[in-house]
Write a protein that binds this ligand. Sequence first.
Ligand code: PDD
Length: 288
Amino acid sequence: LIGYLNGKFDDLERLHISPLDRGFLFADGVYEVWMCYDGRRFADEQHWQRLKASLAGISLPFPNLQGCRSILDQLVERNAQQKGTAGIYLQITRGVAPRKHAFPEATSPTLFAYSFPFQRPREALASGVSVHLIAEMRWTRCDIKSIALLGNVLAKEQAKGHGAFEALFVREGHVVEGTHSNLFAVRRGALWTHPLGPFILGGITRAHVLQLARSAGMDVREQALTVEELFQADEVFLTGTTTELMPVIQVEDRSIGDGRPGAITRELQRLFWKSTAFPPPLEFNELP
Ligand code: PDD
């Protein structure tokens, strides 16, 4: 695979960063992930806006973000990914400097990007998944898309150990989000999701689904759910760039609804795929 690092395109194995890069030493950096379908990045502008906000969140000036667009175009082209789905990863760190906590002076940022083949989770999108609950152990700036993801990594590994697709973080009795996805629930006909703020990442997919739901006339509440309310929800689903709109049919050992993806979830999936132009998974069309 071809990647990009500080002005140079090359095979990923031939791109090297310094061990003194602050991304490596301090996780001092931010990132974005795009989904690219048939050569077109979904919600491109929203991702650039969020990257800008993340950079501002860590006080890392980056003069020409606009110029980075063509890097992503070129990656998809060089990796021959103009057909079907590809993921694109872009990371900016504060650059290389002797290891001191405070910001270095006059250091230029490190920019790394690559595009990767991506298999959509088709079966899971059709049948739904189970999730595992875990006590929040991250910081209080989850709105910044920071590369410091150890809490997310440990939680996801724990979910995997339980045979679950995703771990959901619980902060002071409320379910906030997953390790790489946002959470939605349907309760008494209304659609609930955690409000924006420091405890969740403002997901691009979350915002898109909220807009679809509001346009469809649904009753939407950006309000946190307790664990008990989640267990009792009629429907639950996750959203994310690589997760798309994923039905949740089980939380821990308890079934949600009748243990199958619910009607509102199905309707939002339909609206989501229609608006993104991602083809619905085959299995979806074959469902009874
Ligand atoms: N996940 N919350 C967290 C902690 C995330 O890492 C992500 C993104 C989301 C969903 O955000 P979005 O809809 O903008 O992807 C929520 C990675 C990038 C993913 O889905 O691949």
